[in-house]
Design a protein around this ligand. Structure first.
Ligand SMILES: [Zn+2]
Ligand SMILES: [Zn+2]
Length: 399
């Protein structure tokens, strides 16, 4: 995993690479699910204490917070990493593969933890030069049900008050040696819908004596496509996906009831508030046309992840200094969700993507795949980006 020639690393970041890779692999072998990250949190807390930093543990169950206090007064920047793995059976065959059946770091959060620990080490060693503080936040349960919001409720943005936030995600959509950035909305709000279509069951040979909930459900699924196609401005991205459809007893029996579940993705906060009503109106209206009824539920998940333009410009400058101007990619928004969004709702900040794919070595499987792995050359790039962004922010705030 040689660092690409175009990448510029400080000597202290380069020196940390062997330890950085070792920590990543140690965490990779022992993935833990959301709010169960006890071993990971203990490893994080031990290493932060070894750096001489004040450490808080058990924040929102398994979260860990530490503070790098600069020698000079100034603002406080929050740097965030997520710690959880996924209920996936690893199939990479890597020597450092998960040792726990059915659990895997399939999103790269093992790398996020290792990178933030290394950044903490660099920043702690550079304390004399820092004007302000860096709050290091290791959060549980990004993959659900969400650890950022409970950490905020537990007071992570106070004492000292956080002025801005920065976080990174490894991303196999981009080759190693690149950084993806975008001001404004960068990841979607992730909501969940449930629809119960109620008809009247009966004999498959006598549909006229029934209200066929399967036929009604089919019309509802089709009609919901009008949300993206006809209801919302074409310039506003929205996704309505029905992921499950369950109903019926037997091939020759008309089902009395069908249950649908799905996901709704959007970026615009106002549009998001309108979506439950629009979905319910269409589903109920279509069902009524056939003499059926619909019971609808809508659960709001993570809000959209929205980058502050000033903080994004600052991160862009830092990224250009690390990977070179030409390798900072102006990325399209992703329809996936992230609970980094809660930090960015509370304070101005930026969530950046560190390219981690090396297709030549087969390291380009998508996140959450049982074969997901990334090029570890991305790790020092991420560390350098965290350190450089923190230093630039504390040297003068957003550009
Ligand atoms: Zn993920
Ligand atoms: Zn992730």
């Amino acid at each position: 995993m040689p660092t690409p020639d175009s990448v510029t690393l400080d000597p202290d970041v380069s020196a940390l690479v062997p330890a950085l890779v070792a920590v990543r692999r140690e965490i990779h072998q022992a993935p833990e699910l959301g709010f169960e990250e006890t071993r990971t949190a203990a490893l994080v807390a031990d290493r932060l204490r070894a750096l001489g930093l004040p450490v808080q543990t058990g924040v929102a169950k398994t979260g860990v917070v530490a503070l790098v206090e600069g020698a000079h007064p100034g603002p406080t920047l929050l740097l965030r990493a997520d710690m959880d793995g996924l209920p996936v059976q690893e199939a990479t065959g890597a020597p450092y593969a998960s040792r726990h059946a059915g659990r895997m770091h399939a999103c790269g959060h093992d790398g996020h933890v290792a990178m933030l620990l290394a950044a903490a080490e660099c920043l702690a060693a550079r304390r004399d030069r820092l004007h302000g503080r860096v709050k290091l936040v290791f959060q549980p349960a990004e993959e659900g049900p969400g650890g950022a919001e409970p950490m905020i409720r537990a007071g992570v943005l106070a004492e000292p008050r956080v002025d801005a936030a920065f976080g990174i995600h490894l991303l196999n959509d981009f080759p190693v040696g690149t950084v993806g950035l975008r001001p404004g909305p960068v990841m979607a709000a992730t909501d969940r819908i449930g629809l119960r279509v109620r008809g009247r069951g009966g004999h498959g040979a006598a549909p006229h004596q029934t209200v066929d909930s399967v036929v009604v459900a089919a019309h509802v699924v089709t009609a919901l496509q009008a949300i993206a196609a006809r209801e919302v401005a074409p310039t506003m991205p929205v996704v309505v996906t029905i992921g499950t459809i369950h109903g019926g007893f037997r091939y020759n029996v008309i089902a009395p009831e069908v249950e649908l579940t799905g996901t709704v993705r959007s970026f615009d906060a106002r549009l998001r508030q309108e979506l439950p009503g629009r979905i319910e109106r269409i589903a109920r209206g279509v069902a009524a046309a056939f003499g059926a009824e619909v019971q609808a539920s809508y659960d709001f998940g993570y809000p959209a992840t929205v980058n502050d333009p000033g903080m994004t410009a600052l991160a862009r400058g830092a990224a250009a200094a690390v990977v070179g101007e030409a390798r900072v990619l102006a990325m399209d928004p992703l329809m996936g969700g992230e609970d980094m969004s809660y930090f960015l709702e509370a304070v101005p900040g930026c969530f950046a993507f560190v390219g981690s794919a090396d297709p030549a070595r087969g390291l380009d499987h998508p996140h959450h795949s049982p074969r997901f792995d990334f090029d570890e050359a991305a790790l020092p790039i991420g560390v350098q980006l965290l350190v450089r962004t923190a230093e630039r922010y504390l040297a003068g705030g957003p550009a």
